[in-house]
Design a protein. Structure first.
Length: 350
């Protein structure tokens, strides 16, 4: 047959044939129906990706009342970690045969409310949402009953499904690693030690990372003192200034755990400004695993969050919620994304 250059439309039947399952199983798997075994669902999604299958959203909308669009609302898109996380979400949603609308809340209540009112309620079948300023009651009202999964929900009594970053486990691993490379005077850059007095704040990202640090410091036999925790906003410029202040104050420290990679890179630059060498004088660990850390000088040791796992778990929860029986709602679930310690130059001594 002569090739006219026209694109060949891949159908759901083609995906089913490639995966070796029925058309119905393929349809359920692409929608994330929890009744489909994980291995079968993975096989279907891999076949769909290999064939570049795109669902016919218009036809789906007419049949089901859904349009195949998932919203992702993130606090900031101009920083590496939330941007990379949004990309992972988009890839996972596409593997499920849906499309993504990514929005930035700018970490403001007005931005969060506007997105929920104008995007979620009108355009999306469900939402992956990073809350910061809107409480559970408002979220329930503004979502108009549409499924929603939160990222790092700090509620003490959750009413939504949530996927958390491995804050406590990752922070504890970072402290243990610093102790393991010989650090005996560790500082933690980022958290406000006073938030331990606030129950709600303790459940947030900063509070949980702080708790992980304290637990690990005690485990490795270090006395926990408030001045070990140096509060700073989570941007490189602020962390750089904190490094200047610490060195110029004469404070002695040989290890630093920074609550994000961005903070770590700013802190390392500040140490370099003052003539302190990393890792010879100070070993530094970050948290997030952003791509930039691998090419930074020195390359950054980090607690790398498995963003593909985070995205997969978030979409699994959302699809589970979208397929539930309205008369028998499922209880909220909280799951934690995977991580690994990636050791690089910033902690390799000798």
């Amino acid at each position: 047959m002569e090739n006219t250059g026209a694109a060949i439309m891949v159908t759901i039947d083609d995906v089913a044939k490639a995966a070796g399952v029925s058309r119905a199983t393929t349809s359920y798997a692409l929608r994330g129906d929890p009744r489909i075994a994980p291995g079968t669902a993975d096989k279907v999604r891999h076949a769909a990706a290999r064939l570049h299958y795109t669902a016919n959203l218009s036809a789906r909308s007419l049949r089901s009342g859904r349009n195949g669009v998932i919203g992702v609302a993130i606090y900031e898109l101009d920083r590496a970690y939330p941007s990379e996380m949004s990309a992972a979400m988009s890839r996972e949603i596409a593997r499920r045969g849906c499309q993504t609308i990514v929005q930035q809340t700018a970490n403001s209540k007005e931005g969060e409310i506007a997105i929920l009112q104008k995007i979620t309620s009108q355009l999306c079948d469900g939402m992956i949402f990073s809350p910061g300023n809107v409480g559970d009651a408002e979220l329930k009202y503004l979502s108009h009953g549409k499924p929603m999964v939160l990222l790092d929900d700090s509620s003490t009594a959750p009413v939504f499904d949530s996927v958390d970053t491995p804050c406590e486990e990752g922070a504890a691993q970072a402290i243990r690693h610093l102790a393991g490379v010989g650090c005996r005077d560790i500082v933690v850059i980022g958290p406000d030690y006073r938030l331990l007095d606030d129950e709600f704040a303790r459940n947030g990202v900063e509070g949980r990372r702080l708790a992980g640090c304290i637990s690990a410091l005690e485990d490795v036999g270090m006395r926990v003192m408030p001045d070990m925790f140096v509060h700073t906003t989570w941007d490189a410029g602020s962390a750089r200034r904190r490094a200047h202040e610490l060195v110029r104050s004469g404070r002695r420290f040989d290890g630093a755990f920074c609550l994000t990679d961005t903070v770590a890179m700013g802190f390392i630059r500040g140490l370099a400004d003052c003539g302190a060498r990393v890792p010879d004088d100070v070993a530094v660990v970050g948290f997030d695993g952003v791509a930039e850390g691998a090419s930074f000088v020195p390359s950054l040791t980090t607690i790398s969050v498995d963003l593909e796992d985070l995205a997969r778990k978030a979409i699994d929860l959302l699809m589970r919620r979208m397929c539930e029986d309205a008369g028998h709602p499922l209880p909220p679930r909280r799951v934690v994304a995977g991580y690994q310690l990636v050791e690089r130059e910033s902690t390799k001594r000798g």
